[in-house]
Write a protein that binds this ligand. Structure first.
Ligand code: IMP
Length: 186
């Protein structure tokens, strides 16, 4: 969507997870993470912009010391390249060598983005590296990635809300919903 265009009409087909359901599940996953990293604390790495809502909710529920950093990625499709290639558009502010890293994702879909990010982060010498995702859509996976923590498995439908967008809209919805039309698929 180019700036200045009106937003698409809110065309929600159904709510998949309410704000209350998300809140309850985030608390459970935060408890898992707090236990896992109890001795050393954790560094949460969020992928802009989709994981911001989830990361901040998760971080507030942790009972252990946590550092936070962000990176952002951009699609990268030079002629002849495979679809789904991405590059880092904004890198982390801090080095991660020796840190216990939890990559916080909005959704793991094909797995291509997560695999790329894991490779990049692994090359920087963290003590450990794991993935926590709000949503997991394993039915569309193209490459296997280890997902250690996830809030919800979802069906093969395009979803918006709680950070997830359709053309940069709907991120601020407090719930997760299926769009009325399947025109959301990129
Ligand atoms: P993957 O590389 O195919 O796993 O895709 C990951 C990225 O695709 C996510 O971080 C989202 O930005 C985007 N994405 C995948 N499915 C959806 C969806 O249903 N709604 C909104 N964004 C999605």
């Amino acid at each position: 969507m180019t700036p200045g265009q009106p937003p698409p009409p809110l065309s929600i087909e159904r709510v998949l997870f309410t704000a209350e359901q998300i809140d309850a599940r985030v608390r459970e996953v935060a408890a898992e993470i707090s236990e896992r990293y109890a001795t050393r604390g954790v560094t949460l790495i969020g992928v802009l912009k989709g994981s911001v809502f989830f990361l901040t909710a998760l971080a507030r529920q942790l009972s252990i010391p946590a550092r936070i950093d962000f990176l952002s990625i951009a699609s990268f499709n030079p002629r002849g390249s495979r679809p789904g290639m991405v590059r880092i558009a904004k890198d982390l502010d801090e080095p991660i060598e020796g840190e216990d890293i939890l990559l916080v994702e909005d959704i793991v879909d094909t797995g291509l983005t997560s695999r790329y990010l894991l490779q990049i982060l692994a090359g920087r010498g963290p003590n450990s590296l794991a993935i926590c995702t709000l949503l997991d859509r394993t039915s569309r996976r193209l490459v296997q990635v280890p997902v250690q923590h996830r809030c919800f498995e979802i069906p093969d439908r395009f979803v918006v809300g709680y950070g997830l967008d359709y053309r940069q809209h709907y991120r601020n919805l407090p719930y997760i919903a299926v769009l009325r039309h399947e025109d959301g698929w990129k």
